[in-house]
Ligand binder design. Structure first.
Ligand code: C2E
Ligand code: CA
Ligand code: CA
Length: 590
């Protein structure tokens, strides 16, 4: 294909001359004035324009700008009979590429047209390159925008997009309809992630995303906002009940088994909910409220839904500060251990002690372990803290043994610690370092520790027990275990929960229950210890039913090392020579 050339001249002879000269190499079109030239341009594209300046009417110089505007790469060569330099200047200013004066030599003219064509081609390829670049840039920008607003695993909107959408919905809100926000944590996902490969875990997330989309109305937005957290925005709901129903549906959907690598995997979820404008009309606040409600649902054991209530945010903020404080607690020496003695019911002799952790922080003052231990468990901080407590307790136990006191050291154990790989070895190292024999260590576990992944827990506990370590079940009676189920567990001691002991002397039901527990536990070969003994009457009853040991304020509150030693000196006097007073010491001091 030949390049196209438009020849504009008011003299027919020149048009003919130029055409016949250039048509071998160019596809030539002619025009006799500016109007015709424009019409030609409307028809087709020209690589080069060769135009006379004097067209008898609108001049070539006047025409050039409109040509360049409509077709920026077209190269224009001007011809003029006038020998004036001014012509040349004004045509170049108007946007022409070159200027040839009449009378022209044909060869010279041809060279000018060729140069113009080269210029045109250069501009064209530059333009093409720019367009490609622009296109690429746009594609990239779109990709980046998409990625910044979507989660790459599920393809669902991410938290940024979710917040934007929520803010928009609130702004557009009619005032009559409510907007619901759900925050959803998938429980069990972390374990699934640890058990299966990355791709499988991603598939599970996608499936959960799909199920959530099925549960809500088409106007809703389902987003994945963090690891195992989803968020749903539901505009146009009538009342709380409608949102509650959707949340229940979502909960059921998530409970349905996932089929992974021929395994059935069961997940649960907790859902926190807030509603605009009832709870707030601010997107960030609504999310915070739903998040507090979610936390509350999880604290109640999970696998449930919870609406936001006043005061939840305060609780959530406190919890967050505790989480942060816990991370630095050990480094800042804010943690210590106190010891509560255990004694034989029949003789009153102190035979052991339970190590109980204490945390005192600048901001909060002393915080009960009942509050911070569950939080440390959920963040994993308990692993480090628990190991430290174990080490402290073993050290104290070792020191007491050196002094001649033969006591068993009890330490509370959290599920997270037990699941830590190499936990058994950590325990054995601590015992060796502190020269405490394994049979002097007692680990107190709760029933809930055995609820999830019973097999793994049982295996880990059996290994510890094989080393000679004593295993106790703590708070017995508050959980789900039946005595029958205890049979299959690697246990030595059963600790009856304080709540049963409290009213053992006032409530016949409690009394008969404790009696039954002691008898059945003995039949299973377990030692029984009662916790929370506060009165002489309670102790008397426990003696009567042959409970083995007791612990509680009657004997002593949890106390620091120094006080504990003092107590031992009073109750277990060592005979001259350093040997413990053994057998009769406790009875004598009763
Ligand atoms: P727990 O293991 O059931 O500990 C017994 C709790 O009852 C202790 O509360 C103790 O101070 C209290 N107590 C003892 N005797 C009496 C009594 O006669 N009357 C009353 N009303 N209470 C009594 P504390 O020290 O606040 O510990 C609370 C819980 O925190 C513990 O319950 C245990 O589950 C957990 N915990 C404490 N230290 C640790 C630790 O080092 N590691 C782990 N994992 N948990 C710990
Ligand atoms: Ca305990
Ligand atoms: Ca207990």
């Amino acid at each position: 294909m030949k390049p196209t050339l438009l020849i504009i001249d008011d003299e027919p002879a020149i048009r003919t001359l130029l055409t016949s000269f250039l048509e071998e190499r160019y596809d030539c079109t002619t025009a006799c004035n500016a109007a015709e030239a424009r019409a030609a341009f409307a028809e087709q594209y020209f690589n080069v324009v060769l135009s006379d300046i004097d067209l008898g009417g609108e001049t070539g110089t006047e025409l050039v700008p409109s040509i360049i505007e409509a077709s920026p790469e077209t190269a224009v060569v001007m011809i003029s009979g006038n020998r004036d330099l001014d012509d040349a200047i004004s045509s170049i200013r108007a946007g022409a590429f070159d200027y040839v004066k009449k009378p022209f030599e044909l060869d010279f003219l041809e060279m000018a047209v060729d140069r113009a064509l080269q210029h045109n081609q250069l501009l064209r390829s530059k333009r093409q390159y720019e367009t490609e670049l622009e296109h690429l840039l746009k594609k990239r920008t779109d990709q980046v925008t998409y990625l910044s607003l979507h989660d790459s695993v599920t393809g669902l909107p991410n938290s940024v997009r979710f917040r934007e959408t929520l803010a928009r919905e609130i702004e557009m809100g009619s005032g009559e309809d409510l907007i619901g926000v759900m925050l959803i944590t998938i429980e069990g996902y972390r374990k699934l992630q640890e058990t299966f490969c990355h791709a499988t875990a991603s598939d599970a997330l996608k499936e959960i995303g799909r199920r959530l989309v099925e549960c809500v109305n088409p106007r809703s937005t389902v987003a994945r906002i963090d690891g195992e957290e989803f968020a749903v925005l539901i505009p146009g709901i009538r009342d709380r009940d409608e949102l509650a129903e959707m949340a229940d549906r979502a909960l059921c959907k998530i409970r349905e088994p996932l089929f992974i690598e021929e395994d059935e995997v069961f997940l649960t979820a907790s859902i926190g909910m807030s509603i605009a404008p009832t709870d707030s009309n601010d997107a960030a606040k609504l999310i915070e409220n739903a998040s507090s409600a979610l936390l509350n649902a999880r604290e109640q054991g999970g696998d449930r839904t919870q609406f936001y209530k006043n005061g939840m945010n305060r609780a959530a903020r406190r919890r967050l500060s505790i989480e942060n404080g816990l991370r630095r607690a050990l480094d800042r020496n804010e943690v210590r251990v106190v010891y509560q003695p255990k004694a034989e019911c029949q003789t009153g002799k102190i035979v052991g002690m339970e190590a109980l952790v204490r945390w005192e922080n600048e901001e909060f003052g002393p915080i009960s372990p009942a509050e911070f231990v569950p939080i440390a468990e959920s963040t994993g901080a308990i692993v480090q803290i628990g190991e430290w407590v174990l080490d402290q307790a073993a050290e104290f136990g070792g020191d007491l043994a050196d002094l001649g006191y033969d006591l068993q050291v009890s330490v509370n154990l959290s599920e997270r610690q037990l699941r830590e790989t190499g936990f058994g070895q950590i325990v054995m190292n601590i015992l060796t370092e502190n020269e405490l024999p394994a049979d002097k260590l007692d680990l107190e576990i709760t029933e809930s520790l055995l609820m999830t992944d019973r097999e793994i827990a049982v295996k880990a506990l059996s290994e510890l027990r094989m080393q000679g370590i004593n295993i106790s079940i703590d708070d017995f009676g508050t959980g789900y275990s039946s005595l029958g189920r205890l049979k299959s567990l690697p246990l030595d001691t059963l600790k009856i929960d304080r709540t049963f002991i409290t009213d053992v002397t006032t409530d016949p039901n409690s009394a008969s229950l404790v009696l039954a527990l002691v008898t059945l536990a003995h039949n299973l070969g377990l030692k029984v210890i009662a916790e929370g003994v506060e009165t002489e009457e309670q102790l008397k009853f426990l003696k009567l039913i042959r409970c083995d040991e007791y612990q509680g304020y009657l004997l002593s509150k949890p106390i620091a090392r120094g006080e504990f030693l003092e107590l031992l000196r009073q109750r277990l006097p060592l005979p001259i020579g350093g040997q413990p007073a053994s057998k009769y010491a406790g009875r004598a001091s009763l």
